[in-house]
Design a protein around this ligand. Sequence first.
Ligand code: SF4
Length: 340
Amino acid sequence: MPEKAPDLPVFPYDAVGITSTIPIEVPLAAGLRVIDLNNVFVMSSDPGIFLRKAEAEGFPRNCCSWIRGIYGLIRTLEIRKVIFVTGGDCSNTQAMMEALVPFSEIFATFSYPYPPSPGALRQEMYRFCAGLGTTFSAAEGVSKSLHSVRRALGELDLLTWDGNRVTGKENHQWLVSSSDFGGDPVSFERRLKAFLDSARSRPVRPKGLRIGLVGVPPIITDLHEFVESLGAQVVYNEIPRQFSMPESCHDLVGGYLAYTYPYGAWPRLDDIRKQVDLRKLHGLIHYTQAFCHRQIHDMIFRHEIHVPILTLEGEIPGPCDPRTKLRIESFIEILKEKFG
Ligand code: SF4
């Protein structure tokens, strides 16, 4: 019997892939359709296909699955145009980009400055705009047009931690998708507003332990559901919330300076501490990715944050493994004993 062809996601021929969150206002101002490769990879029916493709081409197995998956996705779907984030995201992106030179077009690069400074970020945005054939003021115009969808994402987050009507998984999915607005901000906003209309009239969820999930977006597909099945609620998704640009700023530079993810542990720590207090969190789960340099941040967080923290490590896309489940169960039990 012939082998069944793998069920591959479709990548629109006119779209540009991104390797991480960028000032999306710039490519949108240039009339481009933008799709976050991380979302296509992890939401595909079999992300393992892309990992195997990367390994078959010689990609080191001790690189994290996100970066291997993006490489394998670009190669498998023959994605030609990619915007690579070469500073402030992943220390592996530049080498991955170099490996792709024979196969894909480096459509553009974007690098968040370190240390963060308004002048350096503005200069980088000017360079980015010029490279894509648009202007900073056109990008600022797009930024204003995105205020309404960003406000709606803020309401979704509020309905999670304050209104108690949106689940941790729903919160994660909507906020993580705001890195590219599903490739179409107008239809994304329409779908989001329809979701909010129904969520507002839902019954309030029963109260439970309040958990925050910090760290890079988990590659474990059922982490939120598993935590919530134990009577806890995930009411804070740190990095997905950052993707939605929650700090209202009057200008593009201010907005992307307030975005904590590219600027290291300390700006993130300020944000996490504020949210722990605001959302009255009982504990944090720090999700870390195997082979990720950001794992080093765990020791800073453990030293500086004074609520119980469970550190988890995931490696390949898929559901929670038994050991991870056991560790989460023990953590929730301890919190229940402590907080009643
Ligand atoms: S999880 Fe870490 S190593 Fe992997 S892509 Fe993200 S930043 Fe890079």
